[in-house]
Design a protein around this ligand. Structure first.
Ligand SMILES: Cc1ncc(COP(=O)(O)O)c(C=O)c1O
Length: 394
């Protein structure tokens, strides 16, 4: 049998650490490795498989569109792209949409949009305030916006005009604002930064500050969007309306697509300002349209809230039994079990050994982002594996 880990070390440009598992097949919440071992996938891509692995709706849309039309450029009109734009527009507060291939590219577009808006509508203001511990992607501007300096510093010189402040701190935002500020870029719940949920008063206060100071509020919903936290978009459950929102991950449930959505008041792109060869091609848009319609028609929002509360309660409950577990934070099905020691990596490996894929999003936090379609029995099985890992390492 081929040793794929050996092949990887020989030919692949390693840019990150992998879990020691070669996945070759998936169905719903389950996936199998090259030895035929079965896993529950609560990592999900991360947070990508909104409908799980190879959901029939996704597979059917892929097959149908692959036989119809895979790619045309944005130089012609494309029906699936416009249908998807209409569905996203009618289920959100936004008026205009453009598609990309990834979350980072969607954020690049948001940064460009905000700067053009500032140049035209706010006396040339181009500074963007972003958060410590945020994650916005790996392209040069997105990684500069990302609040983890070790991701960006090796690639200096970085684009200027980004300021970082603590998340969930309205005073820091007030102090960092200058007449040069055009936008604040923020995740409703920080995903890669540790599944950090702000105080309920934070976003309404950010919104008011942005209104009072003529600043665009960009919500990076690449991870939180598409029912991941419950509502179709996280902002809908957090008491505010962004001016601009970015999406990716769960939108395609596995096919690569991202999107930038903006209100008419700041949709300042005009022909020539932006573009993408693949962005929003018929293939990915037909799949994302099927995914989005499935979520809406099957009210995945309510399901996520119910299953998410159950999972959160059970994980937090482990704290009563094992001092190693300090709690569980998150929203919907974007959760992190927090630990009293920096051994999340060990918990992850122990879970993997026992057939559950999760990841250590912080040294002391294990993230769970199962498919939104996860079944109750799968949740209980995963909880059993987590409890065994916690018991063993306590
Ligand atoms: C909030 C957020 N924004 C942007 C990105 C980058 O998305 P992509 O990897 O598709 O470029 C991620 C990826 O984890 C993310 O979580």
């Amino acid at each position: 049998m081929t040793n794929w880990m050996e092949v990887e070390s020989r030919v692949f440009m390693a840019t990150g650490r992998r879990m020691p598992v070669v996945l070759v097949r998936g169905e719903g919440t389950r996936a199998w490795d090259d030895n035929g071992k079965e896993y529950l996938d609560f990592f999900g891509g991360p947070a990508v498989h909104s409908l799980g692995h190879c959901h029939p709706v996704v597979v059917e849309a892929i097959e149908k569109q692959a036989r119809t039309l895979i790619h045309v450029s944005n130089a012609v009109y494309s029906v699936p792209q416009l249908q998807l734009a209409e569905v996203l527009e009618s289920n959100s507060v936004f008026d205009k949409i453009y598609f990309s291939n990834s979350g980072a590219e969607a954020n690049e577009a948001a940064i460009k949009l905000a700067r053009k808006w500032g140049r035209e509508r706010k006396s040339g203001a181009t500074d963007i305030i972003a958060m410590n511990d945020s994650f916005h992607g790996r392209t040069i501007a997105a990684v500069t916006a990302t609040g983890t300096p070790r991701y960006s510093e090796p690639f200096a010189p970085l684009p200027g005009g980004f300021v970082h402040i603590p998340f969930d701190d309205i005073e820091a935002l007030q102090q960092a604002t200058t007449p040069q500020t055009c936008a604040i870029m923020v995740e409703p719940v920080q995903g890669e930064g540790g599944v950090n949920v702000p105080n309920p008063s934070y976003f309404p206060a950010v919104r008011k500050w942005c209104d009072d100071n003529n600043i665009l509020l960009i919500a990076d919903e690449v991870q939180t969007g598409m029912c991941r936290t419950g509502p179709l978009f996280a902002y809908q459950g957090m008491g505010f309306e962004p001016d601009v929102m970015t999406l990716a991950k769960g939108l395609g449930s596995g096919v690569p697509i991202g999107a930038i959505l903006a209100k008419d008041s700041c949709a300042v792109f005009t022909p020539g300002d932006h573009g993408s060869t693949y962005g929003g091609n018929p293939f990915v848009c037909a799949v994302a349209l099927a995914v989005t319609n499935y979520m809406i028609e099957n009210d995945l929002a309510s399901r996520v809230e119910k299953v998410g509360s159950y999972l959160q309660e059970k994980l937090a409950g482990l704290g009563g039994k094992y001092p190693l577990v300090t709690g569980c934070r998150g929203k919907g099905l974007l959760l992190a079990m927090t630990l009293s020691q920096d051994i999340a990596d060990k918990i992850v490996l122990e879970c993997l050994e026992n057939g559950l894929i999760v990841n250590n999003v912080r040294p002391n936090a294990v993230r769970l982002a199962p498919p939104l379609t996860v079944e109750n029995a799968e949740v209980d099985k995963a909880l059993g594996i987590i409890e065994s890992a916690v018991a063993k390492l306590s």
